[in-house]
Design a protein around this ligand. Structure first.
Ligand SMILES: CC(C)(COP(=O)(O)OP(=O)(O)OC[C@H]1O[C@@H](n2cnc3c(N)ncnc32)[C@H](O)[C@@H]1OP(=O)(O)O)[C@@H](O)C(=O)NCCC(=O)NCCS
Length: 243
């Protein structure tokens, strides 16, 4: 694919994913994320041609101009958009799939000094919120979302949302929404319920039902003059063990 076609699809991807963008000219002139990706293409070509120092130099110039550090050995897919970008660091063995979005302050970093695959792999359509750190040779599955400032240390399944330190899953993408739907800033429709809240609701409904049954049993006991409810509750575990 010609360089110009690639550039056009990069610009279109930014126009689609950044509600603040006003025109293609503005994107070409004012988006450091676009400039960083273009510098990386050059640096990566030099790196693959074994011109390692040239690759590092081009990457360094890109970093000075954009505030985004992408190691020339990193692999970037198509239509990768680094929004704002300042403070992003992408390590040597990181692999970024097509249509991934990163915000500023994201680190795709290593946790080992071994010269092997030591940086994350982000599959197609992943969104990583500002300040999030994804560390080690973990894989973030397709269309997963990493919340702002999360620290991801383990593999992330496709389509889920992870937040916190260490990152935990909060919200699988569901409810008939296409997995490829892009939400600016990673925020989906407001009517999607939180599964943890749903589980809590189910538990409190069950507790309420059990309490009602217990009260009914106690009332029957009082009317018939049977042993007080407390006594019966105490004997039950022993009876169960005996049975
Ligand atoms: C993680 C994220 C994608 C979730 O968005 P969402 O699906 O709308 O989820 P909600 O806002 O309903 O939050 C779900 C739960 O996760 C919590 N949560 C959301 N984002 C969080 C974060 N970054 N860190 C910790 N907890 C977070 C919420 O408090 C909520 O918890 P609760 O159920 O106990 O109240 C979004 O909050 C996010 O961080 N996006 C990145 C945005 C970004 O970096 N923007 C930069 C623009 S310049």
């Amino acid at each position: 694919m010609l360089g110009l076609d690639r550039l056009r699809e990069d610009i279109d991807a930014i126009a689609e994913r950044d509600p603040a963008s006003r025109s293609r000219l503005e994107i070409v002139l004012c988006y450091p994320g676009l400039h960083a990706v273009l510098f990386h293409r050059l640096a990566n070509a030099a790196w693959r041609a074994r011109l390692r120092l040239v690759g590092r130099l081009v990457s360094h110039v890109g970093r000075v101009l954009t505030g985004i550090e992408i190691h020339p050995g990193a692999t970037l897919g198509r239509r990768v958009f680094i929004d704002h970008g300042m403070g992003c660091v992408i390590g040597e063995t990181a692999e970024i799939g097509d249509d991934v979005t990163l915000y500023h302050g994201v680190t795709l970093g290593g946790v080992s000094l071994a010269r092997e695959k030591r940086h994350p792999t982000l599959e197609k359509g992943v969104i990583v919120g500002s300040g999030a750190q994804v560390l080690g040779p973990v894989t973030v599955g397709e269309n997963a979302r990493i919340g702002a400032n999360a620290v991801v240390l383990k593999d992330v399944p496709a389509g889920v949302t992870m937040v916190g330190i260490p990152a935990k899953q909060v919200l699988p993408r569901q409810h008939g929404e296409p997995a490829t739907a892009f939400h600016a800033y990673g925020t989906p429709r407001p009517d999607i319920p939180d599964p943890a809240a749903k589980a809590l609701d189910a538990l409190s409904a069950e507790v309420a039902a059990l309490r009602a049954r217990l009260e009914a049993v106690e009332n029957v006991g009082e009317e018939t003059g049977a042993a007080p409810a407390e006594d019966r509750r105490e004997t039950r575990p022993a009876e169960r063990r005996a049975g």
